[in-house]
Design a binder for this molecule. Structure first.
Ligand SMILES: Cc1ncc(C[n+]2csc(CCOP(=O)(O)OP(=O)(O)O)c2C)c(N)n1
Ligand code: SF4
Length: 302
């Protein structure tokens, strides 16, 4: 299969280490759950040993969306809620790179919610980690789409009155082909979920509960055993991850709900389908360049 654009020969790659992947000093508040997410992402990349120059991290705006600053990879800190459309373009045009998207529940489910639906249904090849803290952290405590009813914030001083979204059900309905749920305080589990998501050929999403110690301390105590909660794992000998109805049922109550892979199926990615179309069109037109095809298309549209 030909690549979507001509790329120069990749330089020889050195062993990928945490040191090589580390960029700026993270500026999150001490105790923020996002530190653990970053550390585990370093660890998984070290394990997978992708060529350093082929890794791209994209984010919108938010505390969690600062992620690309802390990664010594290609990275873009983009517009609030618009990380996915940008990442989609990168993924479709550069089949040689691994695209990762990071952001918060506000960025992903609120302002970026519609982009999430479309990237999921198109099955764009990328991995998206939603660092869900049930609050808008960067802007200092507004209600987010995942805040529970009764949550007191600057936008809801007497307590939130809106029904929160159910991330697992939302992702299932959107058509994501890999959907998992994990917790920043459960590093081994988080590592396993990230690795499986990254190795999935399609749109893979991991919702990672990551506590905002500044504006919603204790949000995840019910799923933190050292705080008296329970961390219940999905038993995949009992749960068929390809069964959408079972996944919907399992997602009925996420307070605290179960953790693990809710759903995983293989469906052709837009990347593969589009490349097939490009290859067929090029061969039909006698091997003209992609630029030429695009030019002809624009001329026909005048
Ligand atoms: C278009 C636009 N609207 C609103 C904002 C203000 N804003 C910045 S981050 C943010 C929400 C942050 O919450 P979340 O995405 O959950 O990330 P967190 O900071 O909690 O990690 C908002 C509303 C903005 N920067 N741009
Ligand atoms: S405000 Fe909350 S989410 Fe933002 S860095 Fe601080 S603890 Fe983390």
């Amino acid at each position: 299969m030909s690549t979507a654009i001509d790329t120069p020969a990749a330089p020889a790659t050195e062993k990928l280490t945490k040191k090589a992947l580390t960029a700026d000093h993270p500026t999150w508040c001490p105790g923020c759950g996002d530190f653990a997410v970053l550390n585990i992402f370093y660890r998984v990349l070290e394990k997978l040993q992708y060529p350093h120059e082929n890794i791209v991290c994209v984010a919108g705006i938010g505390c969690s969306s600062r992620f690309p600053y802390f990664m010594n990879t290609h990275g873009i800190h983009f517009i609030h809620g618009r990380a996915l459309p940008l990442a989609t373009g990168i993924s479709l045009s550069r089949p040689d790179v691994h695209v990762f998207v990071f952001g918060g529940d506000g960025d992903g489910f609120s302002i970026g919610g519609n982009h999430l639906n479309h990237a999921a249904r198109k099955n764009i090849k990328l991995t998206y980690v939603i660092m869900d803290n049930f609050v808008y952290g960067l802007t200092k405590k507004q209600t987010s789409p995942t805040s529970p009813i009764g949550f007191k914030s600057k936008t809801d001083p007497t307590g939130s009155i809106d029904r929160p979204i159910n991330p697992m059900r939302q992702l299932l309905a959107s058509g994501a082909t890999f959907i998992a749920r994990t917790h920043a305080a459960q590093v081994k589990h988080m590592e396993a979920m990230f690795e499986r998501a990254i190795l999935h050929d399609g749109f893979s999403v991991v919702e990672c509960l990551s506590e905002c110690v500044m504006f919603y301390s204790g949000a995840f105590d019910d799923s933190t055993p050292r705080k008296g909660g329970t961390y219940e794992l999905i038993d995949e000998t009992q749960h068929d991850v390809t069964d959408e109805t079972a996944a919907f049922k399992m997602a009925e109550n996420l307070a605290p709900g179960k953790f693990g892979v809710y759903y995983q199926v293989n469906r052709p990615t837009k990347n593969a389908l589009e490349q097939k179309w490009i290859d067929e069109t090029q061969s039909k037109l006698g091997g003209v360049s992609q630029k030429e095809i695009l030019k002809k298309r624009f001329e026909a549209m005048r």
